[in-house]
Design a protein around this ligand. Structure first.
Ligand code: AMP
Length: 119
């Protein structure tokens, strides 16, 4: 699938839309989901134009992949999720059997969901 720049996360990266930013790195951004499904619900996105995780892992540079993966542990520490969290990345429109909700925003992202360790 070809990347379409007309998506909300592309607008957030390029300053056309505001997000509640958690972390802003060279190759990634992390911000709070606008409709949180858990006490902590943070999205981590690469700044490059990748449609989904598969596109990212196939085409991103080593530096982008490293920076993105390190961002996960930084967010986990910042949000105090050391006791556990769930990480989800939807790819494609069709979801999976039993849960047909697919990817809504066609810019690669992972959801980090959990509850702070001191709550
Ligand atoms: P997905 O179904 O994996 O594509 O999830 C997209 C997520 O993006 C959903 O959880 C939305 O609540 C979230 N979302 C959509 N627009 C925004 C926005 N402007 N700022 C933050 N999160 C958003």
């Amino acid at each position: 699938m070809k990347y379409d720049k007309n998506n909300v996360f592309h607008k957030i990266i390029h300053g056309e839309l505001r997000a509640k930013t958690v972390l802003d790195g060279e190759h990634f951004m992390a911000f709070h989901d606008i409709a949180p499904k858990a006490p902590v619900h943070v999205l981590i996105i690469p700044k490059g134009n990748y449609v989904d995780y598969n596109d990212f892992s196939e085409h991103a540079s080593d530096a982008e992949i490293l920076d993105f993966n390190r961002a996960i542990s930084k967010v986990v520490r910042m949000m105090r999720l050391e006791n556990g969290f769930k990480m989800i990345s939807n790819a494609g429109k069709f979801g999976m059997p039993g849960d047909e909700r697919g990817q809504e925003v066609m810019h690669m992202h992972v959801h980090i969901l959990g509850k702070p360790s001191d709550e």
